[in-house]
Design a protein around this ligand. Structure first.
Ligand code: TRP
Length: 456
């Protein structure tokens, strides 16, 4: 550890926009482009989207503000941050376990996230080689099936993505990453708009909009509600200290509420646009919306294969998806790495190597569950699905619950007031949401999960 780090001179973002872009880079990722469309598809569309939106505004936003607030106040990695803030509040030191849980959750998420990012790398190569040209729905489906059946191909790209991710993290987040997100995020938005334009011109955009924006609650199960909340947490990168560690690099004078609103708005817009693009293609080709995790891989190649310039555009799209996944993956690893560097006094490179190897191994188990270990089930789920379920539906809500309870109930309210620096009315609104609304909603979802609510 350097002398500067020992003395507590930590790196900081260069401006408010650098923080917003980096945090939006964390939030906008596979969760928006890959996961949101297929989850909305599996859970009946409009009603799921509505619940998701309500979760973002009423639970996600207050939790995000709380998480940034804790990080900025402590100026430490999540483990040390929770320990320091607990001491400040004269609360038990055990609160630091929230940070430990976050590090563990990060390893779980990154393992399967990297496998999916690997699919995107694979599709980037295929797109660039012109292999989408003239592709129909059957071929698109078969091509994705072939990829999943091939453990070597999956492992190759999973490995490449892990090297990319840990490589950047090893150099530190603020150097390079800041600049990369400034170019990548607007470019991704532009490409997404092109795809939405294609959906308008050639796809069934009316069908897509009706599917996503017309709520039919008879098609939403209690499990779907749970999934919507889990997805809101996942998409905003909440509940594991990723946003907390980014907040710890945030300068004092910046309004936490304002940056949180920007990030949540950008994240939601990306998810909805991706959903519109995907479903307009799905419905135009008479495909079903409930294809599951393969949905994007089986639909977008058809559009790219049919449009003029589709080879270049398709390659560009998957390149940008890789970048979106990359800027997210970095934030998933960062709490663990910052903890290993600051608390365990490991060199940053060594910390990245150790974390990377563990995550890589779990990821290999996840990718083998698509082929060699297909029959192996954990509580009725494949390894890949079990990791996703554990992280999204259990660990992230649990972490989010602890974070919001700490910020709203345990921390001194004069301190919260000081950090958030809001008008009295907005402070009260935050407090209401963080004290009651978010914890009660998360608790209800848990009760439902373990089967204690009727209808579960
Ligand atoms: N939000 C990212 C996405 O939508 C994934 C992600 C990044 C994440 N950091 C996180 C998820 C922290 C949970 C916690 O793809």
């Amino acid at each position: 550890m350097s002398a500067a780090a020992q003395a507590g001179h930590r790196a900081h973002w260069s401006s408010r926009w650098a923080f917003v872009l980096a945090t939006a880079g964390s939030a906008i990722g596979l969760g928006n482009i890959w996961k949101f469309p297929y989850m909305a598809g599996e859970n009946g569309g409009g009603a799921f989207v509505l619940i998701y939106f309500v979760c973002i505004v009423l639970i996600g936003l207050p939790v995000m503000m709380t998480e940034i607030m804790l990080g900025r106040r402590a100026q430490r990695n999540p483990v040390a941050a929770m320990e320091r803030l607990a001491r400040e509040a004269a609360a038990p030191r055990a609160w630091k376990l929230v940070g430990v849980l976050g590090v563990f959750t990060g390893a779980v998420i990154l393992s399967f996230y990297s496998v999916v990012a690997g699919w995107m790398l694979d599709y980037l190569m295929r797109a660039g080689a012109g292999r989408f040209h003239g592709m129909g729905p059957q071929e698109a489906k078969a091509a994705f099936g072939d990829l999943l059946a091939n453990p070597y191909e999956l492992a190759l790209w999973h490995t490449v993505f892990m090297f990319l991710t840990m490589g950047v993290v090893a150099y530190g987040v603020t150097r390079g990453l800041e600049r990369a997100t400034k170019i990548m995020m607007p470019a991704l938005a532009a490409i997404l708009l092109v795809l939405v334009g294609y959906g308008l011109a050639r796809g069934d955009m009316a069908g897509a909009a009706a599917f996503l924006f017309h709520p039919d609650f008879s098609r939403l199960s209690p499990q779907g509600v749970l999934a919507a909340m889990g997805q809101a947490f996942f998409s905003l990168s909440l509940g594991m200290g990723a946003v907390m560690v980014y907040g710890s690099y945030l300068q004092r004078h910046i309004s936490i509420a304002r940056v949180s609103v920007y990030v949540a708005a950008a994240d939601t817009a990306f998810a909805l646009l991706a959903g519109l693009a995907v479903f307009s293609i799905v419905f135009a080709h008479g495909m079903g919306p409930a294809a599951g995790p393969g949905l994007v891989m089986q639909t977008l190649p058809i559009a790219f294969g049919a449009m003029p310039g589709g080879t270049a555009l398709g390659a560009l799209f998957f390149l940008l998806v890789v970048f979106a996944a990359w800027t997210s993956a970095i934030s998933i690893a960062e709490p663990g790495i910052a903890w290993m560097v600051e608390n365990l006094r490991l060199k940053r490179g060594r910390a990245c190597a150790a974390f990377g190897v563990v995550v890589w191994l779990v990821g290999v188990a996840a990718l083998l569950s698509f082929n060699v270990w297909e029959g192996f089930r954990i509580f009725g789920r494949s390894v890949f699905d079990a990791l996703d379920y554990l992280a999204s539906n259990i660990l992230l809500p649990l972490g989010g619950l602890a974070i919001v309870i700490f910020g709203a109930w345990v921390m001194r309210q004069t301190h919260a007031r000081e950090e958030l620096d809001l008008d009295e009315g907005w402070f009260k609104a935050w407090r209401l949401a963080a004290r009651y609304l978010a914890p009660v909603a998360i608790a209800l979802v848990f009760l439902n999960l373990i089967g204690l609510l009727p209808g579960a």
